[in-house]
Design a protein around this ligand. Structure first.
Ligand SMILES: NC(=O)C1=CN([C@@H]2O[C@H](COP(=O)(O)OP(=O)(O)OC[C@H]3O[C@@H](n4cnc5c(N)ncnc54)[C@H](OP(=O)(O)O)[C@@H]3O)[C@@H](O)[C@H]2O)C=CC1
Ligand SMILES: N[C@@H](CC=O)C(=O)O
Length: 428
């Protein structure tokens, strides 16, 4: 049987999973593709750290030995970060190599540039593993939503933060201990800042927005908030009010304009996203024709992510055999403006510190009424005699009105806003 030789950049969590699947599932892959896949050479930083585990594979620190090898038609980039990964991928594409990558940072920031280079060189550039790890969401949007008009994409798209929050809620683990565990399990990025600050999820929402609406947005177009400042008191309070807290990414089409965000949100316990635990991810895609669909699975980790990389490798192998490489992963292109804050509407959870004297709640109600909303649910959780902690869930209001509310509370001086989270609606 003819061979397809693969060159790899990186042999960490994902890379080692890719090698393992190719070795263990070779027979099935050969039957499906008609080719024997062989990992010919892998570039790493530290050969000594890997040589005992990967005795049969040629390891090198010389990236050019991978990128310039004429026998290798597919390069798998699983080293991460922007540079030097960007330069290596450009070099691979210019050398006529097809590229499979799991690098969301790079695709979200430089995807359109790389797509052009791939097209010019008539090679594939595919990146299924870059969004939601093991969930085959990108190819599903490309293939199964090709004729539908997507109206909303929302979900849990970062495994590390969902794992941390689940461990904190179900096992009472501290934030730091849960983060350490996520790192040990290979879910977190090498620098977990992007995970916990919502940036990793934002990159994934940028890619999902490109696939769903054909529109390129940049990180600065998104509102992004992570989980590092979440108060455990809010998680507990939310629970008593019938909600759990999740880091939710959303890309919504509102009258032809796009609103893309990542933030911790209160999710009603009966909402499908409330059931997603640990490193699992879920993406809800709402199409005008199909309605709401949900895709669930592991969003991070060695084997699930490697499986998505393999689905790309197999797709590229088939294209090589058919002579059909060079087609853009997602061919949909559409220009769309960004929605303004007055268009983005939701109920909000506000935790406030209020002087424990008569008339203060009335003042708060007045501030909300002035901003065209009102209290849907209110709970006084505790008081030290001087100040009470009050939690309010508002009726729907726009982001613009929420900003007015925040400004008015600040101006009042006596009342202070401790935290503020969007509340998902049970039916959406
Ligand atoms: N982990 C996960 O669950 C998921 C990860 N991803 C993405 O996959 C990619 C890889 O992630 P992951 O496997 O976790 O990362 P790891 O940190 O586990 O592995 C990175 C690998 O890349 C190698 N490497 C790093 N820099 C260089 C360099 N300059 N030259 C050569 N080799 C280099 C490292 O070599 P050495 O071992 O010698 O240090 C290591 O083998 C990232 O883009 C990540 O965002 C996507 C989805 C899920
Ligand atoms: N660090 C990421 C890995 C997968 O993309 C995550 O936790 O989701």
């Amino acid at each position: 049987m003819e061979q397809i030789k693969i060159g790899m950049l990186g042999l960490g969590t994902v890379g080692s999973g890719v090698v393992q699947i190719i070795q263990e599932h070779q027979e099935k892959i050969s039957q499906i593709t008609g080719r024997h896949l062989e990992v010919k050479r892998v570039a790493v930083r530290n050969v000594a750290a890997h040589k005992d585990e990967f005795k049969d594979i040629e390891l090198t620190t010389d990236v050019n030995a991978v990128l310039n090898d004429p026998e290798i038609p597919i390069i798998v980039e699983v080293m991460g970060s922007i540079q030097p990964a960007m330069d290596y991928i450009v070099q691979a594409l210019e050398n006529g190599k097809n590229v499979v990558t799991a690098n969301k940072d790079l695709i979200a920031q430089h995807g359109s540039e790389l797509v052009k280079i791939a097209k010019k060189n008539n090679v594939d550039l595919v990146y299924e593993a870059s969004v939601a790890g093991g969930i085959p969401i990108l190819r599903t949007i490309v293939n199964s939503f090709a004729a539908d008009q997507i109206e909303d994409v929302k979900g849990i798209v970062n495994g590390t933060t969902n794992y941390i929050m689940t461990q904190m809620v179900t096992k009472g683990m501290t934030y730091q201990a849960a983060l350490k565990s996520a790192q040990e399990l290979g879910f977190a990025e090498s620098d977990p800042t992007n995970d916990v600050e919502g940036i990793d999820a934002a990159y994934k929402m940028i890619i999902l927005t490109q696939f769903a609406y054909g529109t390129n947005v940049k990180l600065s177009d998104l509102t992004v908030e992570g989980i590092s400042k979440i108060d455990a008191a809010d998680i507990k309070q939310a629970r008593t009010m019938g909600y759990t807290m999740k880091l939710v990414g959303e890309s919504a089409e509102i009258n032809g304009q796009l609103a893309v965000s990542v933030a911790p949100a209160l999710v009603p316990l009966e909402h499908p996203l409330a059931t997603i635990q640990n490193e699992n991810n879920a993406v809800l895609v709402k199409g005008a024709a199909v309605g709401t669909t949900m895709f669930v699975g592991p969003g991070a980790g060695k084997m699930p992510t490697a499986n998505s990389v393999l689905s790309d490798i197999i797709a590229v192998t088939k294209n090589i055999i058919l002579g059909t490489t060079g087609n853009t992963f997602n061919g949909y292109r559409q220009k769309a403006e960004l929605a303004t804050p007055d268009m983005v509407v939701a109920p909000y959870y506000l935790a406030l510190k209020i002087p424990d004297i008569p008339g203060q709640l009335l003042k708060l109600t007045h501030i909300l009424t002035e901003a065209d909303t009102s209290v849907k649910q209110v709970v006084q959780t505790e008081t030290d005699g001087e100040y009470a902690r009050v939690v309010v869930i508002t009726h729907k209001t726009s982001l613009a009105k929420l900003q007015e509310i925040q400004k008015e509370i600040k101006a009042d001086g006596a009342i202070s806003l401790i935290s503020c989270y969007k509340v998902l609606e049970a039916s959406k």
